[in-house]
Design a protein. Structure first.
Length: 465
């Protein structure tokens, strides 16, 4: 399924194309988002009734995420054939994840202290309805450090696939890849079979993603219909602060990292515009995981790095979630009039770093980890019941969390690939020179499987420059 170095003149999403604008996926998703917002605004009851459309689309994607991650990581580790290199790439990725995640947490704290989004809110703790967030609090209480570590181990090999727990899938994928690496020719044949299975799953995703406009329409109609624009207006200062902080992180922190790695963050965003719009509509970064892997390969990152960094990043590199955790915690503390000590700030930082792992970008995961963070602060200065203050707007912030997580993982892949000396800088320069015209529309091609070579998609005229 390898692509030639040039596109046909009439291929969608390439220079010289005459494809009608209404057939371009990202335009369809954008229109669907707008229509969903309008429907939910003018007819809330109808909007709420369409929740199933968004849920169905995400469910279709989620049913394939576990096997795709398994096939990708196993093939990535086994194809490298050198466990020392696997360990080296993994260590570099984890170091990068922790450093950048720490910056995200710190930025959330700094902005929260400077802007004070909750100051003057004057929430009365005694009047808060704890029952509204009781379910989140219960789940958070059960997620202690020991329980979190034990939860990484599935009940059985196949239970990880049944539950879709990404950390569990990562564990069995790494173990399988390591074992296959030492099995010689027999292991190679099994690896080829896993690679072929991965390509099947990738093609299925290619079909499902064409339903993205319907999923985005239903999800946005439900969100606006259920919570209303008024909820956002009531807490606009918090929502606006969160979006502004995320943009600051993307363009300053990730932008600086991207510049160091040799590319523009603005052009990178233009290159992944399709994926960004789908995530915006569905509030889940998982919906575009396979396509992000394909696009990172087209950008010049090596197969082995893409196969390891992108899947692990979905559990360990959640920049948007980290910003949300610290910023929202400070908002709630200010809203209820709690003065936090230096020790409590340190606890928030450490607990947020731990609890954010495994929050895979699906709506609701961030809210559970927020409850766990509040419950762990010494002295409980901010009651978990205070989460009811942001319950109505959490869904509106989940889009930003997922978008920031997605962008952060894309940048991480390029950086680690360069760090490992496996970044095709020429291909990166070619694609970044024309990110909009070169970026292949994900609706028109099924993504490549985990083991496929993905050559440059630049036209000859560009490649010759």
């Amino acid at each position: 399924m390898a692509h030639s170095a040039t596109h046909d003149a009439g291929a969608p999403g390439t220079p010289g194309t005459h494809t009608p604008w209404y057939r371009v996926l990202y335009i369809q998703v954008l229109i669907a988002i707008v229509l969903g917002v309008l429907l939910g605004w003018y007819s809330p009851k109808t909007g709420v009734s369409l929740k199933w459309m968004g849920d169905a689309f995400i469910a279709l994607i989620k049913m394939l995420i576990a096997p795709i991650i398994f096939c990708t990581i196993v093939h990535g580790i086994a194809s490298i054939g050198d466990l020392k290199k696997v360990g080296r790439v993994g260590l570099k990725a984890l170091i990068y994840f922790e450093v950048v995640s720490s910056l995200a947490l710190l930025i959330g704290i700094i902005v929260g202290e400077v802007i004070q989004p909750g100051a003057g809110f004057g929430a009365d703790v005694s009047k808060l309805d704890a029952k509204a967030v009781e379910g989140y609090a219960t789940k958070a209480a059960a997620d202690s450090t020991v329980a979190h570590l034990l939860g990484i181990i599935p009940k059985s090999f196949f239970d990880a696939f049944a539950t879709g727990d990404l950390l569990q899938v990562l564990l069995i994928s790494i173990l399988t890849g390591v074992v296959l690496t030492g099995m010689g020719k027999k292991g190679e044949s099994i690896t080829r079979g896993i690679d072929a299975a991965g390509q099947v799953f990738f093609r299925i995703i290619g079909l499902i993603v064409k339903l993205a406009p319907l999923g985005a329409f239903g999800a946005m109609a439900f969100t606006v219909g259920q919570y209303g624009i008024g909820k956002v207006i009531d807490l606009a200062w918090l929502v606006g602060t969160f979006y502004t902080t995320s943009l600051l992180f993307i363009f300053v922190v990730l932008g600086g990292i991207a510049a160091f790695a040799g590319f523009s963050i603005v052009k990178f965003l233009a290159y992944i515009k399709d994926e960004l719009l789908i995530v915006l509509g569905t509030s889940s970064s998982e919906t575009v995981l396979p396509h992000m892997m394909t696009k990172m390969k087209r950008l010049g990152a090596s197969d082995s790095v893409v196969g390891l960094v992108i899947p692990t990043g979905y559990s360990f590199n959640l920049d948007g979630t980290n910003i949300y955790m610290t910023l929202t915690t400070l908002f709630l503390a200010q809203a209820v009039g709690a003065d936090l000590t230096v020790g409590q700030y340190a606890t928030i930082f450490i607990v947020a770093m731990l609890t954010s792992k495994g929050a895979s970008g699906v709506t609701g995961a961030g809210f559970i980890t927020l409850a766990a963070t509040l419950a762990a602060i010494p002295g409980a200065p901010v009651p978990v019941a205070a989460m009811t203050l942001v319950l109505g707007v959490d869904k509106f912030m989940s889009e930003c969390r997922a978008l920031t997580n997605l962008i952060g993982n894309g940048v991480a892949t390029i950086v680690v690939s360069r760090w490992e000396g496996e970044l095709d800088k020429k291909k990166l320069a070619e694609v970044m020179a024309h990110p909009v015209s070169i970026g292949t529309e994900i609706s028109d091609e099924s993504p490549e499987g985990p083991g496929e070579d993905v050559p440059a998609t630049a036209p000859k005229a560009v490649a010759a420059q």
